[in-house]
Design a protein around this ligand. Sequence first.
Ligand code: ARG
Length: 457
Amino acid sequence: MWGGRFAEGPAAVMREINASIPFDKRLWEQDIRASKAHVAMLGAQGIVSAEDAQTISDGLDKVAAEYAAHGVPVDLALEDIHMATEARLAELIGPTAGRLHTARSRNDQVATDFRLWVRDAMDAVDAGLEALQKALVIRADAHADDVMPGFTHLQSAQPVTLGHHLMAWYEMIRRDRARFAEARTRLNECPLGAAALAGTGFPIDRHATANALGFDKPTDNSLDSVSDRDFALDYLMAASQCALHLSRMSEEIVIWASQPFGFVALPDQWSTGSSIMPQKRNPDAVELIRGHAGRITGCLNALMMTMKGLPLAYSKDMQDDKPPVFEAHDLLALSIAAMTGMTESVTFRTDRMRALAESGFATATDLADWLVREAGLPFREAHHVTGRAVKHAEDLKCALSDIPLADLQAIHPAITASVYSVLTVDASVASRISHGGTAPAQVRTRIAAAKAVLGVA
Ligand code: ARG
């Protein structure tokens, strides 16, 4: 398609390094969509005849039907999806096919196709994340009262509820969805019509093509239009952040599934056995989600490095933009689906969670707070007194709530029997009624708000 000034064809290795069809065939649907919008506009503007525009558009439908039925044939000589589609169109409708590429270049074509693909990917991710949020909210609702240890430094810190913990994950995913939505807004400008780099002298209507393809407006600078890959980087940044969240959730499930914790029983469908140790049940799904986060952030790094030194406008390096985005998207979509399945079907061992919450002096802060509130001690002194009570419980090998009143009064005379009402884990969580706190009443408020947003009954 560009051989006019060349006497010889490319070397075999040149052909191989130059071709993107092995991977950019994934853009075929977007390529056809954009070409149909372009040729409809060419017809409407009288740049090609109405009859030719119709012939081309019908021919593109035929090519699309072939791709859908048999896949895109990979011929390295045709370089990329754009040339492959045009070549097939020419086979089907003859020389009229050559009018499709009027007032357009592969530079604005690929920028448009790829934006459309990434936009579809964002929409798919958003749907997946919404399903994950629904799963989280439903499980959180069922466990809004169930006490578990809350950790800092992975040390028992204060009791929280399982519902509160699951809603913390919900918040991470809420931010991820917002990040993808913001990226989508920024992406949604149409580069088609920027042509090779400088625009075109043909009387095209860029607003019409932008509109036909669901973009908010055409891009405003032709040089930037063909060189910009921010939308792909935005996708990868949002994907990376989301993958980090999924990885952290996975890490918690790995810990929870370990025998010393025993907080969850993994469902058969989401775990595997060991070929040598019959007792094992391994959390492979979440381990792989955790692993995939490494590869997804690697994809972000790959594209950042590809883009970092490129001058305006188009450079062939940019052909390498697609594999990392495709790879990251496939890994992320799979990770979201697996995390959703895991969330829906994991068994929470709430008895075990409660037992551990009760064993780690997790209500020590409640004792200190009681000393401040009821006995008027400065918090620092209350902290010190509580430390002595914890030491005493350790010596007696009992819970704080099991220390005899006389012993507590020996530690500080202001302590009365009413202190026992704050030393249970249930009293502790019920007291944390500040906005966003772990009190079941607070958690239920957050769950109700989330349900309203998600349209969950
Ligand atoms: N296959 C190319 C890509 O993915 C299409 C653009 C090629 N443009 C060019 N002037 N060689 O970037």
